[in-house]
Ligand binder design. Structure first.
Ligand code: ZN
Length: 547
């Protein structure tokens, strides 16, 4: 069934090329590039007992999130750890709890098959996603051999050192970022290949089959393929503004994309909340910053002083002798240049030339800017909250007393339901250095899907993941015992049911939240999608150590 899907859809663009383009001599049929990957569409031997050869259907990952434990299949399985791979196992388990990731992996696979583009990391993770979400008759762990092998290849091809060496414990956050970057890059490759094939098709058939207007007479924007509209669910954007408190100059608000938000864990308290960490992240902070306008003003004052000095020298008249006359002539020339500098700088200030405009102007060639630190403020806020929010709690600190890096053990309390609205920009962005970048606006509600916690010291220890079964989202309103057991504590091969209270009692290193106010979220049934249906008590829920 799945192989039929792979074959038939993959052939569509190639068939089009072969049948329609051959007369134009523009394309020759090529061997399928994804063909060599077919083994990834089947379960592989886990090394501890052969798996049945089950092919993956087109919606396998999405469907697997809806499966439940049965008497015949009473186990969710862990991941085999040959020694130091708990950093990878904990990240993979956590990612596989994210319902949106399942839908994404299915969509990218379908698209990659359609455009015949290899996506080895996506394929390997998709197989694991299905395996980890499918209840099994035996508790034997899965060996994530393919993902490891492919990640090593991808990382080396990109000039990164291999994270997946057999002998060294690594950082779970670093692996999560590299894995997400590899997925994102594969989506980009598929989109590029799609663009190439469409351009080729368009060029070959221009004026023959692709009219520039559609049947209703509207201009045709592009030739698309329904179902190709896939975006990377981990990609978010934050806005950063730096403004000078002395002159009011503001660098343009800049936007940066991210796939995780790294929060600093405070060292001076024993316990804090995740909201406090976000508050500190988005807080208006004082920074030392070279202000362009303050620099222009200081440069103007310097130019004026130079002009006054030359003016006084020329007014005094030349000293006697030929040498004196030559010096006076030189001063007179310099005075003209200084006059020009003063006028240009004053004009630049009057016109409010921005740093980049100034650098591109003629004045920049004649004047050396005096770089001046202004008392400035910096603020960052989320501009586009991602569908899946990965939060890294930075627990590394460097000190001489500790002889290098050590771990911050401050307990960070975190909620099941996280409201990101206070840290997200509204419609209006303020430019004043003394005002917040933006008043919060909109509704950005997230629900906890998984977390990774780390036991031990900075350079050694053990990563464990706590994850919710994706289908648990379908019962978001109920809080019965069965729902609680939708959580599991997973330490490599060991998978144990646990309660939400046990989850919220952990001290997290990585947190995985899914946005739940988005339409069509696969884990939320339509009738519970409206935000106000979330009970108020849940929104205010905080971990209580007494429980
Ligand atoms: Zn300034």
């Amino acid at each position: 069934m799945a192989l039929d899907f792979v074959g038939s859809v993959a052939q569509v663009p190639s068939m089009l090329s072969a049948v329609l383009l051959r007369p134009f001599g523009l394309a020759t049929p090529k061997p399928f590039r994804r063909e060599r990957q077919l083994p990834f569409f089947t379960f592989f031997d886990n090394g501890l007992g052969a798996e049945p050869d089950v092919p993956l259907g087109p919606n396998a990952a999405t469907d697997s999130t809806q499966l439940s434990l049965t008497d015949k299949a009473p186990y969710y399985r862990g991941l085999y750890n040959p020694g130091v791979h708990c950093f990878m196992n904990s990240v993979v388990q956590s990612l596989c709890s994210v319902a949106l990731l399942g839908a994404y992996l299915d969509a990218v696979t379908a698209m990659a098959t359609r455009w015949d583009e290899p996506t080895p990391v996506t394929d390997a993770l998709r197989v694991l996603y299905v395996q980890l979400n499918t209840p099994h008759a035996k508790s034997a762990p899965i060996v994530p051999r393919e993902l490891k092998a492919i990640l090593s290849t991808v990382l080396q091809a990109n000039g990164m050192r291999s994270l997946i060496s057999a002998h060294q414990q690594q950082d779970a956050q670093e692996l999560a970022l590299l894995l997400l970057a590899a997925l994102d890059q594969e989506l980009g490759n598929v989109q590029q290949e799609r663009g190439r094939q469409w351009r080729r098709l368009n060029d070959g058939l221009r004026g023959v089959l692709a009219p520039s207007v559609d049947a209703l007479g509207k201009p045709r924007g592009s030739l698309g393929w329904t179902g190709d509209d896939v975006t990377f669910p981990f990609r978010g954007q934050y806005a950063q503004r730096i403004s000078c408190g002395e002159c009011g100059y503001m660098e343009a608000v800049r936007f940066f994309t991210f796939s995780d938000v790294s929060l600093t864990v405070p060292t001076n308290v024993g316990v804090c909340t995740l909201e406090q960490c976000f508050g500190a992240w988005a807080q208006l902070e004082q920074v030392e910053w070279v202000c362009h306008r303050c620099s222009l003003q200081k440069t103007l004052r310097k130019a004026q002083a130079e002009h006054a000095r030359l003016d006084a020298l020329t007014r005094a008249g030349p000293m006697p002798g030929e040498k004196g006359r030559r010096r006076w002539n030189a001063h007179a020339d310099e005075l003209v240049a200084a006059q020009g500098n003063v006028e240009n700088l004053a004009a630049a200030l009057r016109q409010g030339l921005h740093e980049s405009e100034f650098a591109a102007s003629e004045i920049a060639n004649t004047v050396q800017l005096v770089r001046t630190l202004g008392r400035s403020t910096k603020q960052v806020m989320l501009a586009k909250p991602p569908p899946v929010l990965v939060i890294h709690l930075n627990r590394s600190t460097f000190s001489l007393e500790a002889f290098g890096a050590s771990k911050i053990n401050t307990r960070v309390l975190f909620p099941e339901w996280l409201d990101m609205a206070p840290y997200t920009t509204g419609a209006h962005l303020a430019t004043s250095a003394t005002h917040p970048l933006s008043e919060p606006g909109g509704v950005y509600m997230y629900r906890l899907s998984a977390l990774v916690t780390h036991y031990g010291a900075h350079n050694y220890g053990h990563y464990v993941s706590f994850r919710r079964r994706s289908s648990a989202g379908a019962h978001a309103e109920s809080d019965n015992v069965a729902n609680r057991s939708e959580w599991a504590r997973i330490s490599d091969e060991s998978v144990q049911a646990c309660s939400l209270h046990q989850v919220l009692a952990q001290n997290p290193y990585l947190l995985f939240y899914e946005r739940v106010d988005l339409p069509l979220h696969p884990s939320i049934p339509p009738d519970s999608m409206r935000l106000h249906s979330v009970p108020r008590a849940r929104l205010l829920h905080r971990w209580n150590p007494a429980l």
